[in-house]
Ligand binder design. Structure first.
Ligand code: CP
Ligand code: NVA
Length: 306
């Protein structure tokens, strides 16, 4: 049996593959809800969740329906990964039933372990380390608003988390300059920064890590995410104090380019990492970004299972 392609990290795809998925995503968006050439007809997606979700669950499930396939939602209570049975056995058994597995997990090692033992493609629907599906939708949105990725200046304000990691890797692959602005001690993991910088240097762009809010100056894209991710709820109050200035608001907008676009992967905590008024400006693309999860993931499933 050939080894399946997985999408555990945005780095699993090279520059051309990411570009191809984004081109397909644009076409599928134009086509709407039904597609003549879907390779997913009659196929099944298993969606394993260890954490809550609105966008990831609904966009994958709807996407599969629109592609002529079927999706099965497995809640944290249905599959206790590694508790009721091993991740290895789960991967082997599910692979005997379905054609693609998508998993949202706590530890990145869990989704990597699923991929190691599955005989069908495994998609990372968010781990503590990366959120690669989000970045496909983000890039589709940036291209819609700005016409390109290459050569743009994008910055992310907040926690150096899973979303920041995938943004850095993705930007490095696509030639987009990316500045990550965090409070001291909350920078992205050193290994990620090093790897992203190395890739960026071969693609004519730069990855920059900063603790200075002024680094939002002249940026074309402003991005933020929650200060406390899923699983960090006990740190939420402490983080509110530490992160209070690392947000998108009227002051950040003054620093950035006048036509800078605003992105947020959602869910948003209004008043914390972004204020409500800023999120509703014409520059804000946050709901296009949420919609594009549907189109980008349909394109991803085309690519993996087509
Ligand atoms: N952005 C995102 O992944 O949203 P959900 O947590 O609702 O899936
Ligand atoms: N960093 C956030 C992203 C949510 C989509 C989290 O992991 O909770």
């Amino acid at each position: 049996m050939p080894t399946p392609r997985h999408f555990i990290s945005i780095l699993d795809f090279d520059t051309d593959e990411i570009a191809a998925v984004l081109t397909t995503a644009r076409r599928l968006k134009q086509e709407g809800k039904s597609h003549k050439d879907s390779p997913l007809v009659g196929k099944t997606l298993a969606m394993i969740f260890q954490k809550p979700s609105l966008r990831t669950r609904v966009s994958f499930e709807t996407g599969m329906t629109q592609l002529g396939g079927h999706a099965i939602y497995l809640s944290p209570n249905d599959i206790s990964l590694g508790k009721r049975e091993t991740t290895e056995d789960i991967a082997i058994v599910i692979s005997r039933y379905v054609d693609i597995i998508m998993a949202r997990v706590f530890g990145h090692d869990i989704v990597a372990d699923l991929a190691k033992h599955a005989t069908v493609p495994v998609i990372n629907g968010l781990s503590d380390f990366e959120h690669p599906c989000q970045i496909l939708a983000d890039f589709q949105t940036i291209i819609e608003r700005k016409g390109r990725l290459e050569g743009l200046n994008a910055c992310y304000l907040g926690d150096g988390n899973n979303v920041a990691h995938s943004l850095m890797f993705g930007a490095a692959r696509m030639g987009m300059n990316m500045t990550i602005i965090t409070p001291k001690g909350y920078e992205p993991k050193d290994g990620v920064t090093k790897q992203a910088k190395d890739i960026a240097s071969t693609n004519g762009c730069e990855i920059t890590i900063s603790n200075e809010l002024q680094s939002a100056k002249d940026q074309d894209v402003l991005y933020t995410d929650v200060w406390a991710s899923m699983g960090q709820e006990t740190e939420a109050e402490e983080r509110k104090r530490i992160f209070k200035d690392y947000r998108i608001d009227a002051d950040t907008m003054k620093l950035a380019e006048d036509d800078a676009i605003i992105l947020h992967c959602l869910p948003a905590h209004y008043g914390d990492e972004i204020d409500y008024a800023t999120s509703r400006l014409p520059n804000s693309a946050i709901f296009d970004q949420a919609e594009n999860r549907l189109h980008a993931q349909k394109a991803l499933m085309f690519h993996l299972a087509g």
